[in-house]
Design a binder for this molecule. Sequence first.
Ligand SMILES: Cc1cc2nc3c(=O)[nH]c(=O)nc-3n(C[C@H](O)[C@H](O)[C@H](O)COP(=O)(O)OP(=O)(O)OC[C@H]3O[C@@H](n4cnc5c(N)ncnc54)[C@H](O)[C@@H]3O)c2cc1C
Length: 385
Amino acid sequence: MLAILPSNWEGNTSTRRCVIIGAGFAGAATAYYLTRFGLSRVVVLEQEPVAGVHASGRNAAMVRQVVYDDAIAAMAREGASFLQQLPTDWPLPTGFEQSGSLLLADATTAPKLQQAGRKAADAGVPVQWRSIEHLRQHVPVLAEAPVQAGLWCPTDGVVDIHNLLQGYLNLAVAAGAEVRYASKVRRIVVRGEAVRAVQTEEDEFEADVLVNAAGAWAGEVGRLAEAADIPLTPFRRHLFVTQELPWVEASWPIVWDLAHDIYFRPESGGLLLSPCDETPHPPGSTVTDPAALEMLAEKVTRCFPRLSSLPIRRSWSGLRTMAPDHRFVIGWDPMRKGFFWVAGLGGHGVTVGSSVGRLAAQSILGNADPPRAFAASPDRFITKL
Ligand SMILES: Cc1cc2nc3c(=O)[nH]c(=O)nc-3n(C[C@H](O)[C@H](O)[C@H](O)COP(=O)(O)OP(=O)(O)OC[C@H]3O[C@@H](n4cnc5c(N)ncnc54)[C@H](O)[C@@H]3O)c2cc1C
């Protein structure tokens, strides 16, 4: 594929109109920062009647800063800092409970986790490497867990995802943005190689810049604009919530066994758990697959024997959308002028919403930090001649 120069917009940016497709964390946080940086002509188009119907409302609500990929880890730290100290005008309580996280490792995975922990510590995240005996004192159900040690990160935690998402949208609207629900973008109008407008069933919206924050549909929206073919795949993941369990303490941290890919945390008097399943799935609504419960039962028995026989009260699934290298896709499309990607947030969108929105808005306005913009750029998928 032949790459052309990245597009940008010309003239006075404050008078330009930006249309954002998608009112999940990617679109909402981008709208928030664009308006915060002085752009008021922002329209967010969301196909559903409310925000957060898809991934942004169907996740585990955890904020986790120790991540193996350096570029994602930097954005996760920035995202967590934002949540620790929300702007003074933040309209809704996000209830960021910093109950911490315990990331568990066995002999094989320990070196990688220790390295990620050292990098997090160097960047100012208060982490401690702890023995399994220490971890069992903290969370007694870890007795008999086949892990060696773990990383304790006390500043990780859980947020109210609906208030967080709504907070971005409310502040964007207060600064002049418009959010239109039940407005599915069906056509993208291109003239002279540049995006000019988008069409829903009922309306047409002029656009100098079109932001593709369509989550699992980002690939489809890219095709509507005949933009670059960015390889994004949605993967389904299940979550399970148990009935109330008298032995669960609400103060327990997030417990994530990275060696065997399973996590749990306290939720509504019981536990929320995921077997960390990862099945490719087309964009759209997801149903619960009984195989995921079997996978959970098998992993619980193997990894947390003290937890076996959990009464499940509720389950659901959602889509985590990822590029092949699992890095975010944030930047101008290499082929279509005026088309900007904010996609592929994978399993990090809650944590990184603010840092992603900030980077996207800075890039759109032409003042992003070059190394960070480079790491997320869609250009990496284009073969240059
Ligand atoms: C089971 C699960 C657990 C997770 N746990 C965590 C966690 O604990 N911590 C964490 O940080 N992250 C977690 N995540 C990841 C996080 O939820 C996602 O990264 C994030 O929500 C993605 O946000 P988004 O805005 O890109 O996508 P979405 O939330 O899917 O938003 C995209 C929006 O675009 C709209 N749209 C699509 N096409 C169109 C169109 N043509 N016209 C108009 N609107 C359109 C959709 O309706 C949708 O609302 C989890 C995800 C899942 C599925």
